[in-house]
Write a protein that binds this ligand. Structure first.
Ligand SMILES: Nc1ncnc2c1ncn2[C@@H]1O[C@H](COP(=O)(O)OP(=O)(O)OP(=O)(O)O)[C@@H](O)[C@H]1O
Length: 869
């Protein structure tokens, strides 16, 4: 049974994915095993089989929740009851201490993998808020510190060393630890608590990177101070003594702030309990740990379960670790409930650290004075055996000092002492490490056996020595047994030595190979360097070529520039200007195409107009011709009519004349005859005209009585009509002339339009030619631009390819160099390790030999002494 105040649990972590990848398979072997028949035991299969017992053993597959439920939950109950509780995780580096406590990576109180601290905070706060505890008043404060071998760091402080108050601790004479300068932050909710924890963890990470793993051991303490105010009525009606916790009683932590309640008279009692989570860490447990490092930790662990006043002081000579134990003393001593979670890795490559951790835990269990440890005395534990030899020497001395009175000493006492001496010799017989020693021992045993009868004879004289002789016989027998064990051990050691030698040889061989490899690599590197130089010279050649091509290129560019009027010399500018020019040309083409379209359209319009004009002209011409014809016909018909009328008039005149001659008219009227004749003619004509259709001229001729006057009137009328006809003819002639002139004008217009048309067509042809020429120039320019682009592109690509190849070869070189260096480093460390191992084995063998020799000398001297009897 373990002390009820201290529980020790073991947590075995699983191998991480990184370890599975990076550690060689043979070193990944699992050396820890558990069995369902003894669930609290763990078996270590190291150089020999060892069994360790704990209060709880958690195999790798056990979840964070299960650990919490099984061993932590009831500790939180204790905090509420008023106990001080400390949950301490310790173990070698990366054994899972922080993970178990829940401070290794980002905190979340919702994640399933969360550790003990966030779970404990959640439980505490839900307790406080539960109906059961409503009547109490609570306040909760949190502090978070890190202690390394140099100083104490407040993880909740500002990240500015200057303004941060220095944390000091004072170890009071009453065993209490006083802190100053430490921040305690009040929290009211789980979120607040988690935020504070996260803040501290962030600072811890920053510290870790600042320290850069320089610290040999670093401890983290997350503390919760819970103050509960309970009302205790004076009349004691409802005072339940169970409400008062042992910490209140033993630590006198209740300070009565008296408040008079109107309903009940009584006191408000404040109970303060502390919950500490300690991550106890130190590096390099696998190495020969310096005492200055291991002692404070083993001191803490080994003082677990002791009363505060019993905890021994750590020697002040252990300078840089002074801070650790006094602080932890408060957390671990007295009535505090302590849960220690020892964290270990199951892998073979960490077996030494694992055994160290398990041994420390065992020591803590031993201190509780109730634990049975199933542990064999280590063959390899030279220190332990040396202590034993010293003890035995002292006993032998005491025995020798008492020898004269030996006969007076009670036989049982003497027997006990002698048995003990012999047993010690037997134990030390295990220390035989080499063949030579074992042969010596063999010789010595045989000489003892030869001397024995003489001794027996002499001793027979002394009756009291009978039992001693018997004992000797037994001892020699078991010495022989042990000798065979020693031989076996020797064979084992030799084997191990041989293995080490083989390893060493192997390592040397590998080293030689490595030297070869390094030489090869060096050759390779020099070749690569040569190649690099060649590549560089090739690049230089290329560059020179490029440079030599540059003027040509420049010329070409200039030509193109001059052709395209691009004033830029730089490639990119040239391309840009080409593009601009191209764009301009395209714009020009577009504008020209537009103007050509406009011209075509206007040409078409003009053609239309011309056609319309032509149509109009031909129509007009036709009309004119028709009219002309009609007019000519009219004129002709009128001329005919005039001619006819003239004829008629002539006829009439002839008639009149003939009539005058026939009738012999009065001579007096002869003077007016002409006038009369005229009027008569006119009358006749008018009559004729008036009754053109009714009366024929011939008929009128018969009207002899028609007067001359009427004829004259008719003739006048006829004359008038004739004049009118003539006037109309003149008008018609004028019209014809006008029409002819219009016709001529139209013909002229037509000719001019045709001319214009041919000019336009010529212009159109010219424009089309221009467009064609422009298009071909644009195409040429495009081609040139494309060519220039592709030239540039291919040059760029070649240069880039060369550069990439160059970089790749450099990277390869670097990588190969790095690998070679790594390999060399690995081999060096392997050799160093093998050498160290060899040295250790040799040292052990040497020490064992010395111890054995001294013991044998002692045996001989004793034999001589007993021979004297
Ligand atoms: N039981 C486990 N299950 C899963 N991963 C774990 C377990 N234990 C530890 N790890 C992982 O192993 C790594 C090392 O664990 P952790 O940081 O807790 O070790 P540590 O003992 O606190 O180391 P150090 O002393 O160097 O601070 C972490 O990445 C952690 O997440």
């Amino acid at each position: 049974m373990v002390s009820s105040n201290v529980q020790i649990a073991l947590r075995i972590r699983a191998l991480s994915a990184e370890e599975l990848l990076s550690v060689p398979a043979r070193l990944q072997k699992n050396v820890l095993s558990t069995t369902p028949f003894a669930p609290n035991q763990v078996i270590v299969q190291g150089e020999r089989k060892q069994v360790f017992s704990f209060d709880n053993v958690f195999a790798p597959e056990v979840s964070q929740k299960e650990i919490y439920d099984r061993v932590v939950m009831n500790m939180i109950d204790k905090v509420i009851e008023g106990y001080n509780v400390t949950i301490l995780s310790y173990g070698h580096a990366s054994s899972g201490k922080s993970h178990t406590l829940g401070i290794s990576d980002g905190v979340s109180y919702t994640r399933e993998s969360k550790g003990i601290i966030p779970r404990a905070m959640s439980t505490l706060i839900s307790y406080i808020n539960s109906a059961q505890y409503k009547k109490r008043k609570y306040s909760m404060r949190i502090s978070f510190v890190e202690i390394n071998d140099e100083k104490i760091i407040d993880l909740l402080g500002e990240d500015n060393d200057k303004i941060k108050p220095q944390i000091l601790i004072r170890d009071e004479s009453n065993g209490q630890i006083l802190w100053s300068g430490l921040q305690e932050i009040k929290v009211n909710s789980l979120e607040e608590a988690i935020n504070i924890l996260s803040r501290g963890m962030l600072n811890r990470q920053i510290n870790t990177s600042k320290l850069n793993n320089r610290s040999s051991h670093r401890h983290t303490i997350f503390s919760v101070t819970l103050s509960q105010q309970k009302f205790i009525p004076v009349n004691g009606d409802s005072v339940n003594s169970s409400n008062l916790s042992p910490s209140m009683l033993s630590n006198k932590q209740f300070s009565g702030s008296k408040e008079i309640n109107k309903q009940y008279e009584g006191d408000w009692v404040t109970v303060t309990s502390k919950l500490h989570f300690v991550d106890l860490s130190w590096k390099d447990m696998d190495k020969d740990i310096p005492k200055s490092v291991i002692l404070p930790i083993s001191h803490v662990i080994s003082n677990l379960g002791k009363k505060t006043e019993e905890v021994s002081e750590v020697p002040r000579s252990i300078s840089n670790a002074q801070n650790c134990p006094p602080i932890l003393k408060e957390y671990l001593g007295g009535n505090a409930k302590v849960l220690v979670i020892s964290c270990v890795s199951p892998a073979a490559f960490q077996v030494k650290e694992t055994i160290n951790t398990l041994e420390l835990a065992t020591q803590a269990r031993n201190n509780s004075d109730t634990t049975v440890i199933h542990q064999e005395i280590g063959w390899h534990n030279v220190e332990h055996l040396q202590d034993l030899v010293l003890k035995l020497r002292a006993e032998v001395k005491a025995l020798q000092g008492n020898e004269p009175n030996s006969l007076n000493t009670p036989v049982n006492e003497k027997q006990r002492r002698r048995s003990s001496i012999l047993a010690n010799i037997l134990v030390n017989g295990h220390l035989l490490q080499n063949e030579k020693d074992s042969t010596n021992l063999d010789d010595k045993i045989s000489s003892i056996s030869q001397d024995l009868p003489k001794i027996l004879e002499g001793e027979a004289l002394h009756q009291g020595l009978g039992p001693i002789i018997e004992e000797y016989e037994k001892s020699i027998l078991s010495l022989e047994n042990q000798l065979s064990h020693v031989r076996a051990a020797l064979a084992y050691s030799e084997n191990a030595l041989r293995l080490q030698e083989d390893k060493l040889k192997g390592a040397e061989e590998t080293n030689k190979q490595n030297v070869h490899t390094i030489n090869d690599l060096k050759n390779h590197i020099s070749k690569l360097k040569e190649r690099k130089e060649t590549t560089e010279s090739y690049i230089k050649d290329l560059e020179a070529k490029l440079e030599s091509l540059e003027p040509e290129h420049q010329k070409e560019k200039e030509i193109i520039n001059s052709e395209l009027n691009i004033p830029d010399n730089k490639d990119t500018k040239l391309i840009k200007s080409y593009e601009n020019k191209l764009e301009q040309s395209q714009n020009k083409v577009v504008t020209m195409t537009k103007s050509i379209k406009d011209l075509k359209r206007s040409l078409e319009e003009k053609n239309d107009k011309y056609q319309k004009l032509e149509e109009r002209f031909s129509k007009q011409k036709k009309n004119d011709e028709k009219e002309k014809k009609y007019l000519v016909e009219e004129i002709e018909s009128r001329d005919n009519m005039v001619a006819e009328l003239g004829k008629k008039i002539e006829n009439l005149v002839d008639e009149i004349t003939s009539l005058k001659e026939i009738q012999t008219p009065n001579s007096t009227n002869l003077t007016n005859s002409s006038n009369l004749t005229n009027s008569f003619v006119e009358q006749v004509i008018s009559k004729e005209i008036i009754s053109e259709s009714k009366v024929s001229i011939t008929g009128k001729e018969e009207e002899s009585e028609v007067s001359n006057a009427e004829l004259l009137v008719a003739i006048q009328k006829l004359h008038k009509r004739l004049a009118k006809f003539e006037e109309e003819a003149t008008q018609n002639q004028q019209l014809i002339d006008t029409l002819e002139a219009t016709l001529i004008e139209n013909e002229d217009n037509l000719i001019a339009a045709n001319k214009k048309l041919s000019i336009l067509q010529n212009r159109e042809d010219g424009l089309l030619k221009q467009i064609k020429a422009l298009n071909s120039r644009v195409e040429e320019a495009n081609d040139e631009v494309e060519n220039a682009k592709s030239d540039l592109h291919s040059t760029k690509q070649t240069m880039e390819r060369t550069l990439v190849e160059e970089r790749k070869s450099k990277e390869n070189l670097k990588f190969q160099l790095k690998e070679a260096r790594n390999e060399v480093e690995n081999k060096k460390s392997e050799i160093l390790f093998a050498k160290q191992e060899e040295k250790k084995i040799k040292e052990k063998a040497e020490m064992t030999r010395i111890a054995l020799e001294s013991e044998l000398e002692r045996l001989l001297s004793k034999k001589k002494k007993f021979g004297c009897f």
